[in-house]
Every structure is written in structure tokens, then in C-alpha cells.
Design a protein around this ligand. Sequence first.
Ligand SMILES: Nc1ncnc2c1ncn2[C@@H]1O[C@H](COP(=O)(O)OP(=O)(O)OP(=O)(O)O)[C@@H](O)[C@H]1O
Length: 235
Amino acid sequence: MTHGIDIQSISLTREGAEVFRDFSLQLRERRIGIVGRNGAGKSSLIRLISGLVAPQSGMVKVEGVDVLKDRAGALETVGLLFQNPDHQIIFPAVVEEIAFGLEQQGLSRAEARARARSVLAHHGRADWEDRLSHALSQGQRQLLCLMAVLAMEPRWILFDEPFASLDMPTGLAIEARIKALKQNVVIVTHDPSRVEGFDRILWLEAGKIAADGSPDEVLPRYRAAMEDLARSMAC
Ligand SMILES: Nc1ncnc2c1ncn2[C@@H]1O[C@H](COP(=O)(O)OP(=O)(O)OP(=O)(O)O)[C@@H](O)[C@H]1O
């Protein structure tokens, strides 16, 4: 049985601004979308879930792993893809980028590189073995980040606006890859059409859940509210 993601009474303040106060949430579904306006706390929430941001109080467990206290366990349990691959990629060489997380999980350097090469081959990118990350296109760098996360085989993968800077074919290709993943997936997006057909949608507003339910329950209300706001902002 899956324990899923268990967020208990989180309070988070960033640079003096309160983002969450006594916030609790349980996530078990396989496909979860998070929508909400700029500054609602969507990125902060998935950073909390992956253990990259520490709350002032409260606890986050993913599949029973305390992601703040058990960093090695967290790497095996939850992977995060940043919106901008350039904020994620550390190494000049593609193979090193994929091997790094595997070494963090305890593989030797040689084992990690061999596994990285097999991951590239599995995704039909064996020819990237000797490529430099910065010489890839934006969409290709995003795919590299996805492969680096998938290589670690986490049970949950969190995506922070994965489509924001991709052209249409690359966006569709990444969307198809995400759909085919066997892992549990959480996607933060400003585009409701990307999360139609998901199991659960959360609408986050100023650090609180404004709506929580199926896409049919939440997305029409979200779209209508955003359209109302747009009308009130129009000059
Ligand atoms: N690195 C940071 N340092 C300090 N404060 C931050 C940082 N990132 C976000 N915040 C603050 O946390 C709050 C929530 O931001 P967050 O990025 O989580 O929202 P979001 O819903 O993902 O917004 P967007 O849709 O614009 O990406 C905002 O008030 C923001 O100013």
C-alpha cells in the first residue's frame, strides 16, 4: 500500500513573507495537477515535498521517508524537475549529469557512468554520451533533467511548470513522456489543459487550498475565476 505524500501542519516563511501557515495535505493519487496564480505557493509546495526547502515547523513525509532528515532516502523517493533546466544542470557533460544522482545513491563512479549510458540508450539518446549539456537545446536539456531524475527511479516525480518554455512539438513530446511514466506524478502548471484527465487537481491560492477535486470539478471553476480576473485587470 502506498503511504503517498503526507504534509502535516507546515508553516513556511520565505524572506519574511508567510507562504504557508499550519498547512496539511495528503496526496496518494497517481496523477496530480497543481494550478494557481503567481505567488500562490505552488513552487514552494513542491520544494517542500522534495526536501529542498525546510519549513519553520511541521513535517513532510513521502512514502514514509522524512525528506528533510533522510536525504539519501529522499533521493530514492522523490525527484523534482525545475522549470528551468539551467537551474538544475550542474555538470558540463551529459553523462556526468545523469551519473551524479546515482553516485549520491551509493553507486561507484564507474557503475554510475555505466548506468547513465544505459539510461541514455534506453531513451534513444545513446549519441548524447559525449555531448556537452550546454550544447543541447532547451527542450533537450529538459529531457536530460528528466532522464537524470528517472535514472534514480524515485517513486514520485514533481514537475515545476515543465511546459513553460518549450515549443509546441517539444511540449507535446515531454507531455507524452510524462503521461507514460509509471511513477506518481505531480505537475505544477499555469495551463489547465495540461492536467485534464488527471486523478486530482489542487487549486492553490495565497498558501491555501481554494479547490481540491477531479479536473471536472476544479478546472472549469479555475478557468472562470481566471477569466473574471483578467476582465477586471483589462485596461
Ligand atoms: N527563493 C525565494 N526566496 C524568498 N521568497 C521566495 C522565494 N521563492 C518564492 N518566494 C516567495 O514565496 C511566495 C510563493 O512563491 P512561489 O514561487 O512558491 O509561488 P508560485 O505559486 O510557484 O508562483 P509562480 O506561479 O509565479 O511560479 C511568494 O510570496 C514569493 O515571493
